[in-house]
Write a protein that binds this ligand. Structure first.
Ligand SMILES: Nc1ncnc2c1ncn2[C@@H]1O[C@H](COP(=O)(O)OP(=O)(O)OP(=O)(O)O)[C@@H](O)[C@H]1O
Length: 220
């Protein structure tokens, strides 16, 4: 499956946010998006998911234009920056709702075994983020969009998620953004930089310095 996003124009009042976006994601690959604060990464992810309506957009799956929001055709899972799960339900109930296997989860995230009967709002912010990232990443969707999955979680969990992403991408097209640029670079098969409202395909990591996303020497 190949997902293409093209010709997006997004304005808030008269402020132009996006005006020349092309992005391709495909099954078997992780597509990384890097960009400074306010460059439009979250807006772009919301546009792909269908929760933000821009002035203009073209979305194609396998060359077929998709006119409905992607979330209505049950093919996409989205981890937004805000919390996803309701506060007052138990962790084990969330696994039932997402039709995911609790035992498989605690095989990877052993320390979470304590939380099976806990309410979501008794988890720390980072623990909740780990749980929600897992739910979206392991969901049965062909397309998975992850907005800052590495921020706010411990280094050990980042490494676990990088390994899980490498497994899950075999059956999914994964789009990811984070300010932890090294983790995004490690994880991604294709990398785009979002700058001045446009995406630039990065073929050589030094371009990240040339485009002034990173300062000279950051990649050494
Ligand atoms: N609802 C809104 N109304 C007006 N402006 C908005 C709205 N949402 C986002 N913006 C503006 O759009 C721009 C892009 O925002 P967005 O959240 O997509 O950036 P980002 O690249 O994800 O930033 P960060 O890395 O800081 O999360 C910013 O200038 C932001 O102020």
């Amino acid at each position: 499956m190949i997902l293409e996003i093209d010709s997006i124009e997004l304005y808030f009042s008269s402020k132009r946010i996006l005006n020349g976006v092309y992005l391709k994601a495909e099954t078997g690959k992780v597509t990384g998006i890097l960009g400074s604060n306010g460059s439009g990464k979250s807006c772009l992810m919301n546009i792909i998911f269908g929760s933000l309506q821009p002035k203009y957009k073209l979305i194609r799956i396998d060359n077929e234009p998709i006119l409905k929001p992607l979330y209505t055709i049950n093919c996409v899972g989205f981890l937004p920056q805000h919390a996803l799960t309701p506060n007052n339900i138990k962790v084990k109930t969330v696994f039932k709702l997402f039709r995911l296997d609790w035992l498989e989860f605690i095989t990877v995230f052993e320390s979470f075994s304590l939380f099976k009967n806990s309410k979501i709002n008794s988890l720390s912010g980072g623990e909740r983020r780990v749980l929600e990232t897992y739910l979206i990443l392991k969901s049965k969707n062909e397309i998975v969009i992850l907005d800052e999955p590495f921020s706010h979680i411990a280094p050990l969990y980042i490494e676990k998620f990088k390994r899980l992403i490498a497994i899950e991408k075999q059956t999914k097209a994964i789009i990811i953004t984070d300010h932890y640029f090294r983790d995004v670079i490690d994880t991604s098969d294709e990398l785009y930089l979002l700058k001045n409202g446009c995406t630039k395909l990065i073929n050589n990591l030094e371009e990240l310095e040339d485009y002034k996303y990173l300062s000279i020497g950051s990649l050494d």
